[in-house]
Design a protein around this ligand. Structure first.
Ligand SMILES: CCCCC/C=C\C/C=C\CCCCCCCC(=O)SCCNC(=O)CCNC(=O)[C@H](O)C(C)(C)COP(=O)(O)OP(=O)(O)OC[C@H]1O[C@@H](n2cnc3c(N)ncnc32)[C@H](O)[C@@H]1OP(=O)(O)O
Ligand code: UBL
Length: 272
């Protein structure tokens, strides 16, 4: 009987292996499925720990979430090369802006996430089962992307409370995932927030995933991600009239850094 089960198990594993070798689509689906499974199971395990240790929704839970998520890279052969972490060493609040390529970004986020830092996320994530629960417990600020008025109100509230709560806020200014090797135009919410709270903006850039991850080509292999935390950009004395310039300045700096880190300036610039 036990031998029968072993043979079944070995047969299923062999079949999966053959399917993965034969079909890139199956390979891709299995690897992404496994990533999602890790997120769901990791969240289910981390949520009770967060509740027991910190008692409820608080940014302190991010340390627990970070510890769990930082192990994920070993399952996928993803390596990180990080530079400029000292640029996070700013006392008190700041706005961190970074490029957003995929749900895999959660690994990159947790690789460098400073203490006392919450992210801005779309409200739909709250309903993603255990992942939604852990994101809620981590203190993520939820915005309704379908209502500009409501999103602006939430951001304005954050601007008021950031200083009191001494938190940094991580925003993906592209507002959606984009895995083209270039940046989408930046939305201005993060920069309004920085100016309203008079706190610095710290850009963080991740190199393009396109050499090892591309959903359109069913590509998901191991790979290296270069990360650079850039020097803070001060906003003291800036007003709402300066937000467009601030946004453009960040966009240009981050785009140049993205091309440099990805080592493919001409290809990326051509597609823009
Ligand atoms: C243990 C196992 C764990 C397993 C799981 C692993 C990890 C998870 C754990 C934690 C991590 C969670 C991380 C979650 C990440 C989620 C990522 C996302 O969801 S990205 C999508 C959501 N984010 C964003 O959209 C942010 C960027 N968007 C903006 O900033 C937008 O500007 C906006 C505020 C949302 C509004 O957008 P909208 O499209 O509606 O409008 P516009 O941007 O076009 O703006 C219109 C107009 O208004 C002006 N404006 C914008 N904001 C403000 C403001 N705050 N104050 C004043 N005015 C504002 C803007 O300038 C425009 O005017 P104008 O055109 O004249 O300039
Ligand atoms: C009862 C409901 C059960 C639902 C179960 C859902 C399970 C979800 C499983 C795994 C998801 C892992 C996701 C980790 C968090 C990823 C955050 C993220 O990258 O969000 C995307 C968002 O930035 C932008 O969204 P769009 O690009 O605009 O789209």
């Amino acid at each position: 009987m036990e031998l029968g089960w072993l043979l079944w198990g070995a047969g299923v594993l062999l079949l999966l292996h053959v399917l993965m070798e034969l079909s890139p689509a199956v390979n891709f689906a299995l690897r992404i499925g496994f990533y999602c499974l890790l997120c769901v199971v990791g969240s289910a395990l981390a949520a009770p720990v967060c509740l027991l240790v910190n008692g409820g929704r608080t940014v302190k839970n991010m340390r627990i979430i970070k510890t769990v998520v930082k192990t994920f890279k070993y399952f996928f052969g993803v390596r990180f090369e990080v530079k400029g972490l000292e640029n996070f060493e700013i006392e008190g609040p700041a706005i961190i802006v970074s490029n957003h390529q995929s749900i895999l970004d959660m690994m990159g986020l947790m690789e460098v996430l400073p203490d006392d830092c919450v992210q801005v996320g779309k409200k739909e994530l709250m309903y993603a089962g255990t992942v939604g629960l852990i994101i809620y417990l981590g203190g993520v600020i939820f915005i309704n992307r379908k209502s500009t008025t409501s999103a602006k109100m939430v951001m304005a509230e954050v601007a008021k409370t950031m200083a009191a709560d001494k938190v940094k806020v991580w925003v993906y200014p592209e507002g959606t995932r984009n895995c083209t090797g270039d940046l989408l135009p930046f939305k201005k919410g993060a920069f309004h927030l920085a100016v309203q709270a008079q706190v610095p903006v710290i850009p963080v850039v991740y190199s393009s995933f396109t050499t090892f991850y591309n959903p359109k080509k069913n590509l998901f292999t191991s790979g290296k991600i270069k990360v650079e935390v850039l020097p803070a950009i001060e906003t003291k004395g800036l007003t709402s009239g300066d937000v467009s310039d601030l946004t453009d300045r960040c966009f240009r700096t981050m785009r140049e850094t993205l091309f440099r880190l990805s080592g493919c300036p001409s290809e990326a610039k051509d597609s823009s």
